[in-house]
Ligand binder design. Sequence first.
Ligand code: AN7
Length: 366
Amino acid sequence: MRRDVCCSGKTGWRGVVHAYADLIGLPDGCPVVTLFEGGTPLVPAPGLARAAGMDLDVRLKLEGLNPTGSFKDRGMTVAVSAALGEGARLVVCASTGNTAASAAAFAARAGVACAVVVPEGKIALGKMAQACAYGARIVAIRGNFDQALTAVRAIAATGAAALVNSVNPWRIQGQMTAAFEIVDELGSAPDWLVLPVGNAGNITAYWKGFREYWAKYKALGRNVGLPRLGGFQASGAAPIVRGRPIPDPETVATAIRIGNPASWRTAVAAAQESQGFIDEVTDEEILRAYSLLASTEGVFAEPASCAAVAGMLKMARTGRLRAGDRVVLVLTGNGLKDPDTAVAASRAEIAECDADVDSVARAMGL
Ligand code: AN7
């Protein structure tokens, strides 16, 4: 099915299930719970190419512009629709924050209950605010994401609730649509797709999406190509890079503070089959990229997303990129999700002054 609108032209856009129904494959008659997610812009980033010191065509896939501010909405519309179609009364997830916000929003819209299990004290403020506002039951465990996921998997296995983490295949079906949009917009796959890796569902979904689109167009006599995938973990939470689970993951990028990714195997396969790789960036590199992105491109993405920006700069430094390469960076979450890190990482000085015109002018440096 061809989409009837361009993905950055919002007129008539009704979300990813309507746009890509044939490829997502929800059963006929399944209710569609949508907030008109997806259709996010692909914005050129010449300042990042300059920072990389190379002639690159860098584009930013702004997933932070989804309805709850992250890419999770693409998969959640499908997973919650399927759960509703199967008669679920309760959806549950483990989360570092964004999955919880998205699940809570779509559950509210579907009229089903939602419980989210999060690591206590390690959720960015905006994400917690969302889960509260959407009315989810919030369970904060004294433990990490991996332990939260183990708990909700066991609970869902009893049949008490529908699990909407990315181990639910409907999540992957929805998240594939970001790959479709990129190919629709560019006319072919980019040379590289660079993204953060946490629980590893998204890199799995992108690779499945690029492959399915390639096959679909091949059958029509057109080769849209395949990208190489560059996945980046945070150094303190880099189990795939180390080749073993990390029992106590730690990183400023709390979204990807995950020590034993559920989709580990499919993430490694995606990197290998695409002739790409999974590597790491340090918290220092992530925070430097975070400031650079906002101050040079005017794009505010949360720290985990900036692992992709830091990763692209590392790729340029280490000779992985060639002049002329077209590189898409997936900015998975909105910067407003984590205001505490924004304020802490900023060197901005706030000039306080009296309210008269002269004082204001002086404070402005005039
Ligand atoms: C902004 O919300 O795992 O590799 O529980 O929020 O598909 O896990 C979030 C993950 C990247 C990593 N960027 O994606 C959760 C959760 C942001 C994220 C990732 C997440 P995956």
